[in-house]
Design a protein around this ligand. Sequence first.
Ligand code: KIV
Ligand code: ZN
Length: 508
Amino acid sequence: MMSSNGRKVRIFDTTLRDGEQTPGVSVSPSQKIDIAMKLDELGVDAIEAGFPVVSPGEVEAIKKICKMGLKADICGLARTIRNDIDMAIDCDLRYIHTFIATSDIHLQYKLKMTREQVLDKAVFAVEYAKKHGLKVEFSAEDATRSDRQFLNRVFKAVAEAGADRIDIPDTVGYSTPKYISVLVNDVIENTRLPVSVHCHNDFGLAVANSIAGFEAGASCAHVTINGLGERAGNASLEEVVMALQCLYNYRHNIKTTILYDVSKFVSNTMGIIVQPNKAIIGENAFGHESGIHTHGVLNNPLTYEPISPELVGRKRWLQAGKHAGAHGIKSILDEFALRTTEEQLKQIVDKQKIIADSGQAITTSDLLSIASEVIKNKKFDGKFKLNEFHIVTGLHIIPTAVVKLNIHDKDFIASETGVGPVDAVLKAIQTIANDIASIKIREYKLDSITGGSDASAEVSVKVEDKEGNVISSRKSGKDIVVTSVQAVIDAINTSMLKNLLENENQVN
Ligand code: KIV
Ligand code: ZN
């Protein structure tokens, strides 16, 4: 581990501003408020709540966030323009992040200003905001592609004008870790102010650049949940924080055990899926399939996991498939309290490899149905039985579903509305499942496997029980609503089977 002597760092979260600039993302004021609450619970030191000039909804959200009494400092973005700063003041913001570009390419093609004009505007904005009692963080947009001497002139001038903090934006992710260090050193030498770095991920270096910034003496990084942001995004909060803590021994205020929950919440609210192989919060970050790896992890997780999944609110999971070996498959079956003979285990491993060789991913329920065939256990019959469901949908109608399920010979009915028929029916099933077994639908994916309007659809789902165990299932069929219902019921049944077999084993 590199040593930072346990220095404490500041985390400035810009999910609600730069993160919302992710192409296609737009969140309502009430969604912004919900996210702000989560960020505060997570322990970020500052929340950039938005950019007041962009819309009336943005103003409404920022005003409300300012009134929430959160622990984090609430900040708003403003260009170096009087109207932007006035609007920030009208939102009740006490802290602004003001910016103007300093690179020649931005001056020539965007601002159409000379360097002197840029310098004057930067100083004006800082003086104006300070006169109104605001805390001011100044950013030189495109700092890393700016002439270094001019950049330092600007930073020096805004520091003399009263700026409280300086931020170095790597606006198009163009910097290397070495160059960020150079710029951080320059700012410290020229201004003696606290320095932040704001790194974009165009070359996949946003996290490395942020960390290089800290190593050079920056005290803060601008980051977003799930690395959301313009183009390839910003430095991801989860990755920066966990690398700082685990590899460099920095301290911070983040409650790491809720990182995964907050990531899921933001992903669902902003509608941007996290790539499965993303560090820390990607679905596969603590999943293992290969026989060699599962064997190692089962003996000692540190063999193939750098940190414990619980540290970031996750659970380790093992995947069946063509790379899986007997240890891994046995361990999955053990989770279901399924005992096999050595011969049965071998048959199960071989059978699932044959399916995997056809190019199919093996879901939990696939593995269990193979196991049921081999072990010949009647308990595998589904407990949730779908009796019927009805859906009303159409133009100007709120899609509504009524679902009737039978569980242990008892009927359960639920009715829900949704954004579409699938959403409505899955919500109705979820209502029943949640009441009976505290099972939640975590993931739903719909793929078309043939072309045309009569295409076959493949639905993959993951459900989670109250202990955080995730069960996957997949079904294909012509009717996407029916197929979705079948996939979810299959996953719920598999999850309930796990609990049933565990309970039985405890009794025996
Ligand atoms: O990336 C960037 O340059 C920004 C500015 C607004 C600071 O987000
Ligand atoms: Zn940015």
